[in-house]
Design a binder for this molecule. Structure first.
Ligand code: SAM
Length: 1013
C-alpha cells in the first residue's frame, strides 16, 4: 500500500512553484497551466501503481467520444481516475456542467482551474479544494488515489455497468496479453501451440488478435458460467474450455495474477452472482447470457461482431421457424422431431436458441435419443460456444432432470465441412464430435447465418474468409445462373450458408429453414442466379419477407421497423427438398414495408407456423423473379432490353466504369488528375516491388503498411506482380453523374472493373463514337435514364445501373457493329409493318418509352428490381421522332442558350466561384455564392428527375468543393479557363429540364398495345 502524500512532498512543492511561475508570467490559459497539474499527477500516481495517460479518447455512447485531459490507468490498464483542466479565467462550475452534459465520467474525477479543484466520486461532487494550499492539494490527491468503486447492489445495475465497462476490461486484458507475447516465454510456447490448433481447427488464416480475443472472452466470462449456473466443473467439463485454460495458466506469472486482475471485477461479479441466487427462473439467466453475448462483441471486438454476425435471434422468429419445421416434417414427410430419420443441425448456433427451442418440442419419449444422437450445433466463436453449451445442457436438465453434456455441439467452422479430410479439431473429443456429425445424414438445417453488415469496401481490411471449395460451388451454380457482371454479393456469408446447407442435405429429402438478409429473394441482379438454382434444387419454397430494408426505404428506421434492429431487410425461408420432384413452387408472404418490428413479432406469434400463413403463389418468370409486384404481369411480356434466351434488344449490356477509387481516378481538371494518377501509380508500383521481395508475408499485414487504396482487382494485380503504366491516352472524358462531365483515368489496373466501355468507346480508336443509354434500375432508387456519348460511371444515377450502347467495337477500336439485335429489328418491323424502321429509330424509341410518365409510374416496382422491358406503343414514330430530339437535348446541353435566370447581386464584388450552391426553401432561387443568387427557377424544372434527384439537384450536389476524408483529395469543379461554366450550366440544365418536361408531356398517352406473336 502506498504511503499518504504529504503537504511538503517534492511533487506538491514543485507544483506550487510552477503555478507561481505561470502567475508571474500572467499565463492563465489551460494549455500553459495544465502542465503543472499533469506533472503533479504523473509523479504521485507512480507509487500507487497508476499511470497518467494524457488525452486518451474514451467512447461514452454510440459514436460519442470524449477526450479527458488525463486518464489514470492501473497496472491492469483499467481506468481508475480522470482529470480535466480548465483555464484560470473560466467559470469552473459552468465548465463542469458542460462536461457532465457531454457524459464525462464522474466515478473518480478531478476538475481544476489551478485555483480550485472539485472532486467527483461515484457520480456526485464530494469536496472542493484550494489548490494554493499545499495541505489541501495533499488531501485531494490522497482521497483521489484511495478511491475504490463501491459494490453494486442490484443485479440490473451490475449488469448495466458490466456491459458499459466491457470494452475497457477487455482492452485491459488485451494489453496484458500483448505484454506476455513479448516477455513471457512460458506463455509464448503455450500460445504458439494453441495458435496452431486454431489454425487447423478454425481458420488457416486466423490472426493472432483473434486468438487473443478468445483468451479475453474466456477470462472475462468463465467465472460467471461457473457461479451463475453453479457449474464449478465448467472449465474441466467443457471440451474446449479445458484447452483454453492451459494457455491461461501459462499467462499467469509473477507479472500477471489472474486473481488480482479479476478482483477488479469482483464488484460486478459478486452483485451479479448474489442477485442470480435469487432468480429461480433459468430463462432470466438466459436473458443475461444473451445480453452478454451481444454486448461483449459489440463493445469489445466490433470487427468480429460484424464478420460473424453476432446477434441473437429474436424469440418470435425462433418460435415461428421451429414450429414451421415441426409442421413441415408432419405435413410433407409424415414425421416428428423425434423420428429416427430426422437429424437436425443448427450450423451457426450462437447462444443455442434454436436447439433449446427444439428440445422443448421433441416428444418426451424420444428426447434422450434425439439429444444424444440426432441433434447437432456448430459455433466458431468461443464465448457463444460456451453459452450454447450452458444453455442447451441446462434446457435438457430442466426437461429431464438429468445433466448430460451435449455431445452434438462442435467448436468448428461449419463451412469447412465441405472438406473431406478434416484435420484435428482442437481436442480429441471435439474432433470425434465433428466426425460423428459428418457421418450423420442431416435432414433438417435450421438457423440464423451471419451477415456482414458493415463491410463496405476492401480497404476496411475486415474481409470475410474465403472457402475455396464452397466458393467454387457458388461459381458453378449461383454465379453461373446470373447475367450480372458484378457477382461479389453471391459470396456474402449468408449466401455461402445457403449453398452449403443445400449441399449438406446431400440429395436427401429434407428442409432448410433460415432467417437471413432478404436480398437473395427480392433483388435482381445478381440473385436471379440464386433463385434459379433454388428453384431446381428444392420442390417447395416458402419465403416470408419480414422487410425492414432501411437502405431501400429511408423513411424506415432500423430500430423501429427491422426485426433485428439493423438496416438490412430480413426474410425467413423454408426450402423443402424431395428427391423425385420437379421445379419448385414458390410461395410468398410479404409483411408491409412500413410495419413496425413489434407488429412483425406479433404477426409471427399469432401465426405460429408456416401452415397458418396466407401464402401467395408466384409463377417464376424468366428472370426468376419471386416478388408479387405492384405492376402487372404485362411487364414480362414486353421486349427485354438485354438478351434473355436469345431474345432481347441490346446484345451487350453491362454496368458502367467501376473504379472503386473514384476520388482518385476522376477529376474536374485534367492536369491535377494526371499528376495524382502518376503519383498513385508510383505508390502502387513501389508496393509491387515491395511485394516481390516479401512474397511470404500475409497479404493483410502487407496491405496495412500501404498507402494505396486497395480493391479486390488491384490486390489480384499485386499478387500477379502486374505493374501499372501511366498513359496519357487513358485520360478520357466521362459522364460521372447526370450533366456532370469529368476526366477519368480509364485503365484496367486502377479501375476495378472498367466494364463495357472498353468495347463501347475503345481507347484503340480515338475517333470511335457511340451513344449509350444508361439506366438506373436499383432497389434503393427511383428509375432514371440518360443518354451519353462519353464513358459513363457505373452509378450514374447515384446507384449501380446498366448501360446499353448503340455500337460495340473490338478493344483495338476496329470491327464496329450495331448492338441492337437483328431479332429486335425484325420484331419492330413486323409489329408496325414498316420496313423502314432502323436500329437508330429503335434506339430513340426506347429512350422515349423509358421517359414516359405512365410507363414509369405503372412499372415503378418492376423497374427497381429488373432491367427495363419495352412495350410496343401504338404510335412508334411519335416516340422515335420526339425522343431523337430529347436525346439531342441531353447530349448537347452545354451548347444550349441558358434559360434566362435572374442574376441577383449585391455590393460584394461579383464572383462566379462555387463552394456549395444552395436552393432557397421555395426552390425558386439558387444561391451561388455570397455575391450572386440566380432567381426565377420555374417549378416544372423539378419534374425532370433522374433516379432520386432532379437534374438541377444533381448539379447542385456534384458541383461543389469537397474533400475526400480518407485521402484528403480535394475535388474542385471551378474552372480557371472558364470561370462562368457552372453558373452557365445551371441555366442550361434549367433549360434542358423544361424542354424535357415539355417533350415528355407531349408523348402519346398510350404506350402499349398487345405484343405481336
Ligand atoms: C446470427 S448469430 C446466431 C444467433 C443464434 N441463432 C441465437 O439466437 O443466439 C450467428 C452465429 O454464427 C456464428 N458463426 C458465424 N460463422 C460461422 C461459421 N462459419 N461456422 C459456425 N458458426 C459460425 C457466429 O459466431 C454467431 O454466433
Amino acid at each position: 500500500m502506498a504511503t499518504k502524500i504529504k503537504a511538503e512532498s517534492a511533487p506538491i512543492r514543485e507544483y506550487l512553484a510552477a503555478l507561481q511561475r505561470y502567475a508571474d508570467h500572467e499565463a492563465t490559459h489551460e494549455g500553459a497551466t495544465e502542465t503543472a497539474f499533469s506533472n503533479l499527477l504523473a509523479a504521485t500516481a507512480k507509487p500507487h501503481g497508476w499511470m497518467l495517460i494524457p488525452k486518451k479518447p474514451k467512447t461514452v455512447a454510440k459514436k460519442v467520444r470524449i477526450v479527458p485531459d488525463g486518464t489514470l490507468l492501473d497496472v491492469f490498464k483499467l481506468a481508475r481516475g480522470y482529470w480535466e483542466a480548465k483555464d484560470t479565467d473560466d467559470d469552473l462550475d459552468a465548465e463542469i456542467r458542460k462536461k457532465i452534459e457531454k457524459k464525462y465520467p464522474l466515478t473518480n474525477t478531478i476538475f481544476e482551474d489551478t485555483r480550485t479543484a472539485v472532486l467527483y466520486q461515484n457520480g456526485t461532487e464530494c469536496q472542493r479544494y484550494d489548490l494554493r494550499k499545499p495541505g489541501e492539494v495533499a488531501d485531494l490527491l490522497n482521497r483521489f488515489y484511495d478511491y475504490t468503486e463501491p459494490d453494486y447492489l442490484g443485479f440490473d445495475e451490475a449488469i448495466g455497468e458490466f456491459k458499459v465497462r466491457m470494452p475497457e476490461l477487455g482492452a485491459g486484458l488485451a494489453a496484458t496479453i500483448a505484454e506476455a507475447h513479448k516477455k513471457n516465454k512460458k506463455f509464448q510456447t503455450a500460445f504458439a501451440e494453441f495458435f496452431e490448433l486454431c489454425q487447423t481447427a478454425l481458420n488457416p488464416d486466423i490472426r493472432q488478435e483473434t486468438v487473443d480475443e478468445m483468451l479475453v472472452q474466456h477470462l472475462l466470462t468463465e467465472r460467471l458460467f461457473r457461479t451463475i449456473f453453479h457449474d464449478d466443473e465448467f472449465t474441466r467439463r467443457n471440451v474446449i474450455a479445458a484447452e483454453v485454460e492451459k494457455v491461461i495458466d501459462a499467462l499467469v506469472s509473477s507479472s500477471f495474477s489472474k486473481k488480482e486482475f479479476l478482483k477488479r471485477l469482483d464488484r460486478f461479479y459478486i452483485a451479479i452472482e448474489q442477485a442470480a441466487e435469487t432468480i429461480d427462473d433459468f430463462k432470466d439467466k438466459q436473458d443475461f447470457l444473451n445480453t452478454l453475448y451481444e454486448r461483449f462483441f459489440q463493445g469489445y471486438c466490433v470487427k468480429t461482431a460484424d464478420t460473424h454476425g453476432i446477434v441473437y435471434t429474436p424469440q418470435p422468429i425462433v418460435d415461428f421457424m421451429c414450429a414451421s419445421v415441426e409442421e413441415v416434417l408432419k405435413t410433407e414427410f409424415g414425421l416428428t422431431l423425434g423420428s429416427q430419420q430426422v437429424k437436425i443441425l443448427d450450423p451457426c448456433t450462437g447462444t443455442g436458441n434454436f436447439v433449446v427451442n427444439l428440445l422443448r418440442r421433441v416428444p418426451k419419449e424420444d428426447l434422450p435419443a434425439v439429444y444424444a444422437n440426432r441433434l447437432f450445433a456448430n459455433e466458431v466463436m468461443l464465448l457463444p460456444y460456451y453459452i450454447a453449451a450452458l444453455n442447451i445442457e441446462r434446457a435438457y436438465f430442466d426437461i429431464t432432470g438429468e445433466y448430460k453434456p451435449f455431445e452434438g455441439l462442435c467448436f468448428v467452422d461449419s463451412l469447412d465441412f465441405v472438406h473431406d479430410a478434416q484435420p484435428s479439431l482442437f481436442t480429441k473429443l471435439n474432433t470425434a464430435r465433428v466426425e460423428r456429425q459428418k457421418q450423420a445424414a442431416i435432414t433438417v438445417i435450421i438457423g440464423n447465418p451471419p451477415y456482414n453488415a458493415n463491410q463496405e469496401n476492401e480497404g476496411d481490411n475486415n474481409p470475410n474468409r474465403e472457402y475455396p471449395i464452397l466458393d467454387d460451388r457458388i461459381r458453378a451454380t449461383y454465379a453461373k445462373g446470373t447475367k450480372a457482371t458484378l457477382k461479389n454479393k453471391l459470396y456474402d456469408p449468408y449466401i455461402k450458408f445457403l449453398r452449403w446447407a443445400t449441399d449438406r442435405l446431400k440429395g436427401e429429402d429434407g428442409l432448410v429453414c433460415f432467417v437471413t438478409n432478404h436480398s437473395f429473394a427480392i433483388d435482381d441482379p445478381p440473385f436471379d442466379g440464386v433463385r434459379k438454382a433454388l428453384e431446381s434444387e428444392f420442390c417447395k419454397i416458402y419465403f416470408v419477407d419480414l422487410n425492414g430494408n432501411v437502405r431501400r426505404n429511408q423513411k424506415l428506421s432500423g430500430t423501429t421497423h427491422n426485426v433485428f434492429g439493423i438496416q438490412t431487410g430480413v426474410g425467413i425461408s423454408i426450402l423443402i427438398k424431395k428427391r423425385k420432384s420437379g421445379r419448385a413452387n414458390v410461395h410468398l408472404h410479404v409483411l408491409p414495408e412500413n410495419s413496425r418490428k413489434e407488429e412483425k413479432y406479433a404477426w409471427l406469434n399469432k401465426t405460429i407456423g408456416y401452415q397458418n400463413v396466407r401464402w401467395k403463389s408466384v409463377r417464376a418468370n424468366v428472370r426468376h423473379d419471386w416478388v408479387v409486384l405492384s405492376g402487372d404481369g404485362a411487364f414480362y411480356s414486353f421486349l427485354p432490353m438485354d438478351v434473355i434466351d436469345k431474345r432481347g434488344l441490346f446484345a451487350r449490356a453491362s454496368t458502367g466504369a467501376k473504379s472503386n477509387r473514384d476520388e482518385i481516378v476522376y477529376g474536374f481538371q485534367r492536369d491535377p488528375l494526371a499528376e495524382r494518377i502518376e503519383d498513385h501509380i508510383e505508390l502502387y508500383n513501389r508496393d509491387v516491388d515491395r511485394f516481390k521481395r516479401a512474397p511470404a508475408s500475409s497479404l493483410a499485414a502487407f496491405l496495412s503498411k500501404s498507402k494505396v487504396k486497395w480493391s479486390s482487382t488491384l490486390k489480384l494485380n499485386l499478387k500477379r506482380l502486374r505493374y501499372a503504366v501511366y498513359d496519357t491516352g487513358d485520360l478520357r472524358h466521362s459522364l460521372y453523374r447526370p450533366f456532370t462531365k469529368m476526366w477519368l483515368y480509364y485503365d484496367s489496373v486502377l479501375n476495378d472493373r472498367p466494364g463495357l466501355f472498353r468495347y463501347a468507346l475503345p481507347v484503340g480508336n480515338p475517333d470511335a463514337t457511340n451513344l449509350t443509354i444508361c439506366c438506373t434500375n436499383h432497389s434503393q432508387s427511383a428509375f432514371g435514364a440518360v443518354v451519353t456519348d462519353l464513358i459513363a460511371n457505373e452509378a450514374i444515377g447515384g446507384r449501380a445501373g446498366t448501360c446499353f450502347p448503340f455500337y460495340i467495337y473490338d478493344t483495338d477500336g476496329s470491327n464496329r457493329r450495331e448492338n441492337i439485335t437483328d431479332w429486335s429489328l425484325k420484331q419492330f418491323r413486323k409489329q408496325y409493318a414498316d420496313k423502314k424502321i432502323t436500329k437508330w429509330d429503335i434506339f430513340y424509341y426506347v429512350y422515349g418509352v423509358l421517359h414516359h410518365p405512365g410507363y414509369r409510374s405503372k412499372f415503378a416496382d418492376n423497374l427497381k428490381k429488373s432491367l427495363p422491358r419495352i412495350p410496343f406503343a401504338p404510335d412508334f414514330r411519335a416516340f422515335a421522332t420526339a425522343c431523337k430530339d430529347l436525346a439531342g437535348l441531353h447530349l448537347d446541353y452545354e451548347k444550349l442558350e441558358p434559360h434566362p435566370l435572374q442574376f441577383v447581386t449585391n455590393d460584394k464584388p461579383l464572383s462566379y466561384r462555387v463552394e456549395k450552391m444552395k436552393l432557397s426553401k421555395d426552390t425558386a432561387s439558387l444561391r451561388v455564392n455570397d455575391s450572386l443568387t440566380l432567381a426565377g427557377i420555374p417549378p416544372e424544372v423539378y419534374e425532370y428527375r433522374l433516379g432520386n434527384r432532379s437534374a438541377l439537384h444533381w448539379i447542385i450536389d456534384q458541383y461543389q468543393v469537397s474533400e475526400d476524408k480518407r485521402s484528403g483529395i480535394v475535388s474542385d469543379p471551378n474552372r480557371e479557363d472558364d470561370p462562368e461554366y457552372i453558373v452557365r450550366l445551371v441555366g442550361q440544365v434549367v433549360k434542358v429540364s423544361l424542354e424535357t418536361v415539355r417533350i415528355v408531356k407531349a408523348l402519346p398517352a398510350e404506350y402499349t398495345i398487345p405484343m405481336a406473336e
